[in-house]
Design a protein. Sequence first.
Length: 589
Amino acid sequence: MLSSVRFLIICMLMCGFAAHAQQVSLKISKDTVTIMNAELVLQNSSQQKGGFLYNKDNGKTSFQPVGKALQFKVGAPNYPAAGVSSFSDSSLIGKYIKVWRNGLLQYPDYTSGIAVDPETGTITFYPSLAANELIFIEGITGYADVERSTAALAGSNIKALYAGVFDNGNNTFTLRWASNHTNLYNYPRFIGIGSSMLAGEGLAAPNRLGDRIGAWLNGSTIFPIWANYALAGLNSNAVVPTILNGTNGRNIDAALAANPDIIFVSLPTQDAIDLSVAQSMANLRMFDEIAIASGVPVIFETTQPASAYGAEDQRDLQELADSIRNAWPDRFVEGMAPLYDPLSASPAGILPQYDNGDGVTLSPTGVQIVGNNLFKKLKAYFQPIIGVLKYTVDTSYNGTTWAQFDVVTDVSLVRKTYNRPRNGLIYFRVKALLSDSTFMTSRVGMLAPATTHGNDFMHRVLIDVGGNGVNTVNGSSVADGKLAQSPDSWGKTWNNWTGVSTGAGFLNGTGVANLVTTTNRPTPISVSITGNPTGNFGSTFTKAINYDGFKASVGDYPMEAVYDNMYIYRDSINYADGIKLRVRGLSKT
């Protein structure tokens, strides 16, 4: 018995603890110490600080400070004066913060509440502080530990991982791999794409939706950038890439060129008149896929009611609204449900109090409803990420062999700017280590070769322009056309451009984006045609293709590349109006 007691005391001393008790009854089992009718005092190097033992995860218990409690009256010396909206204290950094204002617990709200940034220990009050108000602030427990503890119980809440690369043009690039609250609140770059609603048609400042977005960003975020590319009359055909005849300066190309953190798309009515629901959704899905590949989330507004439209168009508005909700359940802004008149005989008529007088545009009150829905969606979508322990950034020169490039242990960091490690093409991917010891891996992102180094773009690009032998037919209505083999017998990679796959040939807007070189290196080069070079040769089903080319190889051009060709024929219907073959993305050098 004596030796057992000595062994216990030695173990406790080795752990740096001392036990003081009177009339001790001590029971030790596998992983539990139970004390009955006694007191156990544990002492360590933090014994002079108040705190508690905190169970972090994986059976680890550590000493945590109690935190910080602050109380002040607005206007008191060394504290905020009346009219000030924010308060910072370094002792609140990394804490779980609660705030009471005149005895009332404050909730996150940008009208009557607070916004908290635990990374800087800053609290922003809405509305601004008033004279003699009483403020009580409590900061407890490490913020990171709270997130990890929650993650261990509920799992990770990370939505997706990307590896979106933006070339900053100064030998640096920005990599984005996820979305969280920092995207929205810290220096956000917010781009608007849309039509009359976002353009503010029929309204004046400050009642336009763009005005309200700018005001909300300025009041709720740190140094935001808000750029509105909306133009009245546009439909979703206008927002696709320029290579597909999208409207230059108003489309996805323009949005991504601004290096955004968030894109808001508002196309509430025009599509119902101009396009089918299926075509509208195809355009919006293309927009979203391109943006997501760049690591940029898109928030879509549903359609809105329009009393001036016919019943069929109004039904299309309702159907398109349903489609947007179903496609992006966590990224849509409601513009239909609160604004249409359910008692009206028409499917999607505007409630009279929200009609600006033309049966299409919304009144200032209606605009505010859409704006409020947008702001709620932004706050709900951009949340702190939990359940991630670290991010690992990998790089590759060929997309197959990978090497570690960076390790990011600050899980709140989801975008980072790096120096370019080399001038050529670079692939990136990001892996997140989750709290359950599993990994989530992003899709692969690509940083194009540096355009400041001329040799990077001095490569050959070959395009086989013609039919595909399946959908294209010749003058005898027989399937014709030859696709160039890629790689060919010389090992060269070809780009095959067959016009419209249904056999309509080379019509206005057809093209090929992201051409590759003969060595299969991706480039930003694209080719497209403007105008309709239809002529009186060939088939009525296949426009502008001639099948009277060579039937043998010419130099290092295979027979397939010289057999069928596109011709801008002298008797083309639109010859007088001009037909353009447009090449984009060439190096200026």
